[in-house]
Ligand binder design. Structure first.
Ligand SMILES: CC(C)(COP(=O)(O)OP(=O)(O)OC[C@H]1O[C@@H](n2cnc3c(N)ncnc32)[C@H](O)[C@@H]1OP(=O)(O)O)[C@@H](O)C(=O)NCCC(=O)NCCSC(=O)/C=C/CCCCCCCCCCCCC(=O)O
Ligand SMILES: Cc1cc2nc3c(=O)[nH]c(=O)nc-3n(C[C@H](O)[C@H](O)[C@H](O)COP(=O)(O)OP(=O)(O)OC[C@H]3O[C@@H](n4cnc5c(N)ncnc54)[C@H](O)[C@@H]3O)c2cc1C
Length: 639
């Protein structure tokens, strides 16, 4: 079948209002309209073409990124785009670039840690891109005194950096502080005296993150003016005297809280993109299984395909909603900090760290699973999945290695439990710890599969599991005379307790979302199905935790799985519409397998002929290497 909508029959099956779901996914009608308009603007502009990326050499690739970034900036100015629209435009250009660090970390670091005066000096320059900045924290080796290594945008482009380094005055070490440092001349871009700077080299995957100039930086007797130390948290006077404002020192790490929150939102984008590709292709692809000469089975109808794909679809929605909530939490903590209320900072840190860890790990694994769900074609660059994976997977490492971040959450949980004894009532995401006595002995009362559809039943099971795992860790820790030794010894268990706590947050925020007024025929009902799939899939996957802590019985675990199978059948007719609700253009998806019209095979065939290897029938190198070999074989055969 040529042309037309090959997925039209699937779209007709939808039992809900897709247009209304698009608004829910975007977050608001306004967000939907901005996103829709800007994504189409990018998709229709040939300057933003991206299908040739895997074919380009590193130098070509990088120059191409610079061209796109400059062109994007020109369009932003010409069209007088708002900050929100400009950010969306860079998002839909879909190419990691120095601008991510400029807008995503350099500017927020100055906003969060600079004094009013410093902000007035630096922000206008940065907003107009008269200076370009990056965020230089990580070192080549351990410590904060070797060479900076990894910062994006540093290698070739940034003129300035926020550099994290030890502050030593009068021989006294005051720990790590942020400094604005000019790296390159604003006239000819050459490094300033005493500064060695360059790119750290090719990274995983062709194209992929190699559009970014991750860099190395060394200083040799470089002097920076005193007022370029970011001085909101602590100050050095003209006389060299060190002092601290009446704010927690942890604010120095505030940029990470901000960026980790954006990374959670981004996880739902990356996962939904992979899921959209795999779902559409699973509906197009047919394999065996036909009876009485009828059409072959669509692979999406195999239960095994559903049990791998639908939890990922549900996860994409779950991450979307927890990301929305995290944005609210971040805005709330920021407002409180401005009013000198620092009480919610530890929770904001634990939530952003833990959710960053969970969502990026699940997304990276999910993209790879989507590749496998597409069979052999998933391995082709034209499926979009290999590049998406290669671009995405470092999210498990940057902004804090995922395991290290879970250990931060675990510390927060243990501290919360230890404060119960002194009567401090936990609030926010740890409020359930206030009922720890009940949660330690409660029994799940599921008797039939449908009982697992009750939000209160699901919540209590997840709360009890999390509380019991944290309490077990705390008890074991108390057996050590040296707490740090205990923490190191039990770190594996602590990480698992942190995962249980963060999964509870995601499940509970999905349930809370469903308690809101959600307009649109059938929309809330479909979200309910996805919420239950997400929760019961986690319960099934981690049933060892639930069983070993005695939160559920083996029979109840069996019933949860039975209910999960029934939920997959309910999701099946809506699957294509649920991914259409992401409202992705074919340009953004960058995948033949995921194209909206499902006309996959002619497009794959056509794309193959565009590969540079097919420019000639006889390849370069034939005369040099193959022809002599063939002749050699001929002689051997004659002998
Ligand atoms: C290094 C640490 C921060 C500190 O370590 P240490 O000194 O050992 O101290 P700890 O024991 O860990 O902590 C001490 C106490 O401080 C608390 N704490 C820790 N961190 C925080 C925090 N962030 N906020 C608040 N409080 C914090 C901790 O709980 C302790 O408290 P207590 O004493 O127990 O009470 C270490 O903790 C750490 O975080 N290590 C990880 C290192 C890390 O994350 N490095 C990040 C480097 S930067 C990076 O990786 C950048 C990557 C860029 C990739 C691109 C990302 C996406 C771009 C953004 C999106 C694009 C937007 C584009 C916009 C547009 O275009 O418009
Ligand atoms: C693509 C990319 C972009 C980046 N961009 C930037 C940037 O713009 N600016 C910047 O400053 N940095 C950047 N980074 C660096 C990034 O922040 C670090 O790589 C990250 O924080 C992890 O630190 P590390 O590399 O030192 O890993 P390590 O800490 O060396 O981790 C190695 C292993 O040790 C384990 N480990 C480490 N510490 C502990 C512990 N305490 N307990 C138990 N296990 C532990 C980890 O789990 C991991 O398995 C980037 C990195 C990448 C990959």
């Amino acid at each position: 079948m040529e042309g037309g909508d090959h997925l039209a029959h699937e779209r007709k099956k939808a039992q809900f209002d897709v247009e209304a779901m698009k608004i829910v996914w975007a977050g608001s009608r306004h967000a939907f309209e901005v996103s829709d308009r800007i994504s189409k603007l990018v998709a229709s502009d040939p300057a933003f073409r991206k299908d040739n990326r895997p074919m380009l050499s590193r130098k070509e690739l990088f120059k191409n990124t610079l061209r796109k970034a400059a062109y994007a900036w020109k369009r932003i100015i010409e069209l007088r785009l708002s900050e929100e629209e400009a950010s969306k435009l860079r998002f839909y250009v879909d190419e990691p670039a120095f601008t991510d660090l400029h807008w995503g970390m350099f500017l927020p670091a100055i906003k969060g840690q600079g004094t009013e005066e410093q902000q007035q000096k630096w922000l206008p320059l940065a907003y107009k891109m008269q200076i370009i900045g990056c965020y230089a924290q990580t070192e080549l080796g351990h410590g904060s005194n070797s060479s900076k290594w990894w910062p994006g945008g540093l290698g070739k482009i940034s003129t300035h950096a926020v550099v994290y380094a030890r502050l030593i005055t009068d021989g006294q070490d005051h720990g790590v502080h942020g400094f604005i440092v000019q790296l390159r001349s604003l006239d000819d871009h050459s490094p300033l005296p005493g500064i060695t700077v360059g790119d750290i080299g090719m990274k995983f995957g062709n194209g992929a993150y190699n559009t970014m100039d991750n860099g190395v930086l060394r200083f040799d007797h470089v002097r920076i003016p005193r007022d370029q130390m970011l001085m909101k948290v602590s100050q050095v006077s003209r006389e060299g005297k060190y002092s601290q404002s009446n704010v927690p020192r942890q604010l120095v790490y505030g940029t990470m809280v901000f960026v980790r929150q954006t990374i959670v939102a981004d996880a739902s984008c990356a996962l939904s993109r992979a899921v959209c590709i795999a779902t559409r292709y699973s509906a197009v692809r047919r394999q065996f299984g036909s009876q009485n000469g009828g059409p072959e089975t669509q692979v999406i109808d195999y239960k095994t395909q559903q049990s791998r794909l639908f939890p990922l679809l549900a996860s994409a929605y779950a991450f979307r909603f927890v990301g929305e909530w995290l944005k609210w939490l971040y805005t709330d903590v920021t407002q409180r900090l401005q009013a000198n209320d620092f009480s919610t900072l530890p929770e904001a840190h634990a939530c952003t760290a833990g959710l960053k860890s969970l969502t990026t790990a699940a997304t990276a694994d999910g993209i790879e699973e989507c590749r496998k769900l597409c069979g052999g074609h998933g391995y082709l660059c034209s499926s979009g999945l290999p590049e998406l994976f290669a671009v995405y997977v470092p999210a498990c490492t940057y902004e804090g290695d995922n395991t290290v971040l879970l250990l931060q959450v675990a510390r927060f949980l243990v501290k919360t439990l230890s404060q119960l004894g002194s009567g401090k009532q936990p609030v926010g995401t740890t409020a359930y710890m206030g009922q720890v006595e009940h949660l330690m002995q409660c029994h799940c009362n599921v008797q039939k599969a449908e009982d697992w559809l009750k939000p209160a039943v699901i919540l209590e099971a997840f709360e009890a599991r999390s509380a019991r795992m944290s309490v077990a860790c705390a008890k074991n820790l108390s057996k050590f005379t040296n707490p740090e030794e205990g923490f190191a010894e039990l770190s594996g268990d602590l990480v698992e307790a942190a995962i249980a706590h963060c999964q509870l947050i995601i499940v509970s925020k999905f349930i809370e979302k469903l308690q809101q007024d959600i307009p649109g025929k059938g929309v809330k009902q479909q979200l309910g199905v996805l919420c239950n799939i997400y929760a019961l899939f986690l319960l099934h996957k981690h049933q060892g935790d639930f069983l070993s802590t005695g939160c559920i019985t083996p029979k109840q675990a069996y019933l949860a799985n039975e209910q999960l199978r029934a939920l997959y059948s309910q999701a099946r007719p809506n699957a294509i519409a649920l991914v259409d609700a992401f409202n992705y253009t074919d340009h953004y998806l960058g995948s033949i397998l995921g194209c909206y019209d499902g006309n996959v095979y002619p497009k794959l065939y056509e794309a193959a002929w565009k590969d540079p290897l097919n420019d000639s029938v006889v390849p370069d190198g034939y005369r040099e290497y193959i022809w002599p070999m063939l002749k050699q074989q001929l002689r051997t055969a004659r002998l």
